[in-house]
Design a protein around this ligand. Structure first.
Ligand code: SAH
Length: 391
């Protein structure tokens, strides 16, 4: 079944990564490269012992991604069906809470380089390795059978595709997918934009944190990096009035439309740079009862971390100063390079400089539909904290 062309031999160090629970083997640890096209290959150690089967990406630095430790497993349509069914089954409890959430979180679900997001009756997928791209047909077939979806869109426009030697494109893989899909999330409705929105059409990774904010919001509220108003909509349920702020006027148009869709008359939008706005509000002595900070990733690379830390600290310290007595701040970071300890350290430093007594009420991490594996740090990136001003 496995011709020599479809066998990869990896170094002891490569084999060790699998033993330690990480599915990636890098180019430098592949002693004998398969002569095969991208797809699935069998992996062996230097003594010829079969280690399992993996996705093979000849152009990538990440050459092999473990699929199955069983060297004899048949990686056919049935195999993809059962692996996808397990991932989808893990989310069964979410169906009653929201109509948009992640069905497959890549390595976190044992399906490396695959993302599948559900937006009501439609799916958006991302195939982010050459090896996985070769399995596109069985993946699409299984997703159709498992979900009965009306359409599947591939948002294969992510930059990582270039490193895999793959084209960047947005393509329809099945049925039809509308430009806009109305979805529901803990009693709030919003429009997702599968073809053109950020990521696969919305930020699904903050869903549970938005629900938390909806439960505690009160008084005068501010959402600083609002995008389509996703946090602001939840704030509007408990707060008297909400200001949704973003640098992008286009994003705010959508936030405004989302507020109207829910009948929230207490949500206003403002086009501004959050850094400037927070500084001006501080100078003006403004006070807020609930603030949300969910900025874009300031640290896109490890080298950018020191500058990013200054940015995070700046917005957090100013937001702390703007809190009224007993005021709440929900603050988050989606920078992978900003680790959990660094995130907490940054908040401690911001609190020290703010002159306020700030309590940590809750630390938050990845939501249920974005499983973070302890042995695969790359599966986790969301950190969040709910803070309270004690005086
Ligand atoms: N909270 C959102 C996601 C935020 S994405 C959600 O849960 O869906 C980050 C947003 O920050 C983007 O909309 C981007 O336009 C905005 N942004 C980036 N830099 C900014 C700045 N300096 N001031 C205000 N908004 C900014």
């Amino acid at each position: 079944m496995h011709t020599p062309a479809s066998i990869a031999v990896v170094s002891a160090r490569g084999a060790q990564r699998w033993d330690a629970g990480h599915p990636w083997i890098f180019r430098s640890d592949v002693i004998q490269r398969p002569a095969a096209e991208p797809g699935t290959v069998q992996v062996r150690d230097p003594r010829g012992r079969p280690l399992g089967q993996a996705l093979w990406s000849p152009a990538s630095e990440i050459s092999l991604r473990l699929l199955d430790r069983d060297p004899g497993a048949e990686l056919d349509g049935e195999w993809w069906h059962s692996r996808l069914a397990a991932a989808i089954g893990r989310r069964a409890s979410l169906a009653g809470q929201a109509s948009a959430y992640r069905l497959v979180h890549g390595e976190g679900d044992g399906l490396p380089s695959l993302v599948v997001d559900r937006y009501d009756r439609w799916l958006v997928v991302q195939l982010m390795s050459a090896g996985l791209e070769a399995a596109r047909a069985p993946i699409v077939d299984a997703l159709r059978a498992l979900t009965g979806c009306e359409g599947i869109l591939a948002r294969n426009d992510a930059a990582v595709r270039t490193r895999e030697g793959l084209p960047r494109e947005t393509a329809l893989l099945h049925g039809a997918v509308p430009q806009e899909v109305e979805v529901e999330e803990h009693g709030v409705r919003y429009l997702a934009a599968p073809w053109t929105g950020q990521k696969t059409g919305a930020f699904l990774d903050q869903r549970e944190n938005r629900a938390l904010v909806g439960r505690v919001a009160r008084g005068r509220a501010l959402d600083c990096f609002s995008y389509h108003g996703s946090f602001a909509l939840h704030l509007a349920r408990g707060a008297d009035d909400v200001l949704a702020l973003d640098v992008s006027a286009h994003a705010l148009e959508r936030a405004h439309a989302n507020a109207a869709r829910n009948g929230y008359a207490n949500l206003r939008t403002r086009e501004a740079n959050a850094f400037d706005f927070l500084r001006e509000e501080e100078r003006a002595g403004a006070r807020y009862d609930t603030i949300v900070l969910d900025p874009p990733a300031f640290a896109k690379t490890r080298a950018a971390l020191p500058g990013a830390l200054r940015g995070y600290k700046d917005v957090n310290l100013r937001a702390m100063r703007l809190l009224g007595p007993g005021g709440l701040l929900f603050t988050a970071s989606c920078s992978y390079h900003l680790t959990k300890p660094l995130f907490l350290e940054m908040l401690e430093a911001a609190a020290a400089d703010s002159g306020r007594r700030v309590a940590l009420r809750e630390l938050r991490g990845q939501p249920l539909d974005h499983p973070e594996l302890l042995t695969v740090p790359e599966t986790g990136y969301i950190k969040g904290a709910l803070l309270e001003a004690m005086d």
